[in-house]
Design a protein around this ligand. Structure first.
Ligand code: FMN
Length: 199
């Protein structure tokens, strides 16, 4: 069975992180199970100009050529009957990129009333990788406490904060570096960002 990864895109700024992640995963023999929140769609339309399905956009704008054995399955966020809602659905991990403070708060509270939060909740209870790219600034104590709560429950908090020691020359370089680190966490090899070799 090909690896399955759940990807959620919520309504925080930085839709490009989710889009680049999905494009990277689809270049491999991986099943991507995608959930985009209502505000995820709206912010994606605003920031990236996506108006229809994501796959044609990734093909035309990012030059994505999907791997012949890749699969993209997309679910509506209100569909709690979808496979990722169940702990019996085996997968290799979930990434929420970007993750809004609202979705973070719902995960921290265990308020699983949509498929994104329910899938994250399932990851935590089943001890499967859950990687969040929370995006907000500045951070209130509520945001910080919620991050601490989900980190203690087992999630990896990976705020999309750029590093400059690899000398990025474009927004895409910055995004690639973060997405590369996310792939590292999932154990997926990539060429998005070079490993630091100390020089
Ligand atoms: C253009 C735009 C940018 C936003 N950026 C952020 C952000 O960076 N972080 C955040 O937590 N919320 C942000 N929001 C607010 C969220 O979209 C809002 O809280 C929404 O309810 C999140 O719902 P969701 O998590 O179900 O997508 C933004 C909203 C808009 C319209």
């Amino acid at each position: 069975m090909n690896p399955r990864i759940i990807v959620a895109i919520t309504g925080a700024s930085g839709a490009i992180y989710g889009a680049v992640l999905v494009a990277e995963l689809l270049q491999r023999p991986i099943e991507v199970h995608l959930i985009i929140s209502d505000y995820g769609h709206k912010v994606m339309a605003h920031e990236l100009g996506i108006s229809g399905p994501i796959l044609p956009f990734l093909q035309s704008e990012f030059g994505l050529v999907p791997h012949e054995f890749s699969v993209l399955k997309e679910y509506l966020p209100d569909n709690l009957f979808a496979p990722p809602a169940s702990g019996s659905f085996r997968h290799s991990g979930m990434v929420i990129a970007p993750c809004s403070m609202k979705t973070l708060a719902a995960i921290a509270a265990g308020l699983a009333d949509n498929l994104i939060v329910r899938s994250a909740d399932v990851c935590l209870k089943e001890k499967r990788p859950l990687i969040l790219l929370p995006r907000e600034t500045p951070l209130s104590t509520i945001h910080l406490e919620n991050m601490l709560k989900v980190a203690r429950a087992g999630a990896v908090l990976h705020p999309p904060v750029p590093a400059f020691y690899h000398r990025p020359e474009s927004v895409r370089d910055i995004v690639n570096a973060t997405v590369g680190r996310v792939l590292d966490h999932l154990g997926i090899s990539h060429h998005l960002a070079a490993e630091w070799n100390g020089t």
